[in-house]
Unconditional design. Structure first.
Length: 307
């Protein structure tokens, strides 16, 4: 397993197990041309009632393995993790939030370079970064992400509590030219579903060319142009809200009707099944071309679902 896989695993697991998977920042952060973003707010999880229960699960299932590799100093420094795309091909970018100690930084660079950091150090825009050539010797095997190999892997420690790991040179340039930090707002083609105590947020611009092939070419994604989701702490449970922006108001209304119909059918089919009774709390509403789904779920039920 490469370092890149280890660093993105917390967010990747959140995506797979929670559904569609915020950072320590007030708003999500991504590259200017990102077509998607996934952000996990570990800091908020640690200090909120239900979030702390979710954090305990993340700690057992994900962070423990990373801690064994990089030490407790590294995992305790993490406030959040962002994953987003950059460029025409939406090359993955991982942004770690939190002020990493020198010990934590050394753990990362030692894992990447086996103690030969100086050989890989470069500078651009007055900022230092590390670069690995995929054609050369890479301490942990090929530079891969989801089975795709990349020519380079870049690592940059910013002074604003952001650490960048990506094979995208375009994202590296954007990061370094802005003082080793991402500052700008999201692309207007991405939506943010707001919440008071967000734990996980995500958004998708289905109109982007990168989604024009494969499983994305379904009638659903032909009709839906934007998707957004948030999982927020709600004291003794979680508030899950999703929004789908359709091409027309009629399509949005139809989507809401289908969802309500499926819920009614399930209620009849379950015949008193208590395991999924919390689904009865799902509320579906439509305004113009936006369909909103909102669900209040007890903490133990969500944790049981992802365990």
């Amino acid at each position: 397993m490469t370092l890149f896989h280890k660093l993105i695993k917390p967010a990747a697991v959140a995506v797979i197990t929670v559904g569609i998977a915020v950072t320590a920042q007030a708003q999500p952060i991504a590259a200017a041309d990102s077509a998607f973003y996934i952000q996990v707010n570990l800091d908020e999880m640690r200090q909120s009632p239900s979030g702390s229960q979710l954090y305990a699960w993340v700690e057992d299932e994900v962070l423990e393995e990373i801690e064994e590799e990089f030490g407790a100093n590294f995992t305790q420094s993490l406030d959040g993790i962002s994953i987003f795309g950059a460029g025409e091909e939406q090359t993955p970018v991982v942004l770690l939030h939190g002020f990493l100690s020198q010990q934590a930084r050394d753990a990362i660079t030692d894992e990447l370079f086996e103690g030969n950091q100086a050989e890989f150090t470069e500078s651009r825009y007055g900022q230092e970064f590390f670069a690995i050539d995929g054609d050369g010797e890479f301490a942990n095997g090929n530079i891969q992400f989801d089975g795709d190999e990349f020519d380079h892997l870049f690592l940059a420690f910013g002074d604003a509590g952001q650490t960048l790991v990506t094979p995208s040179e375009q994202a590296l340039d954007e990061f370094l030219s802005n003082g080793a930090a991402f500052h700008g707002a999201l692309s207007p083609d991405l939506i943010v579903v707001q919440a008071t105590r967000p734990l996980v947020q995500g958004g998708l611009n289905t109109k982007h060319s990168v989604f024009k092939h494969g499983p994305w070419e379904s009638k659903f994604f032909q009709n839906v142009e934007q998707l957004g989701l948030v999982i927020a702490d709600a004291n003794d449970g979680f508030d899950i809200r999703a929004q789908a922006v359709s091409r027309t108001a009629a399509m949005a209304e139809a989507m809401g009707g289908i969802a309500k119909g499926l819920l009614s059918f399930k209620a009849l089919a379950d015949d008193g099944d208590d395991d999924m009774v919390w689904l009865e709390n799902l509320e579906v509403s439509t305004q113009d071309n936006v369909t909103t789904f909102q669900l209040q779920i007890p903490a133990e039920h969500l944790l049981d679902a992802i365990d």
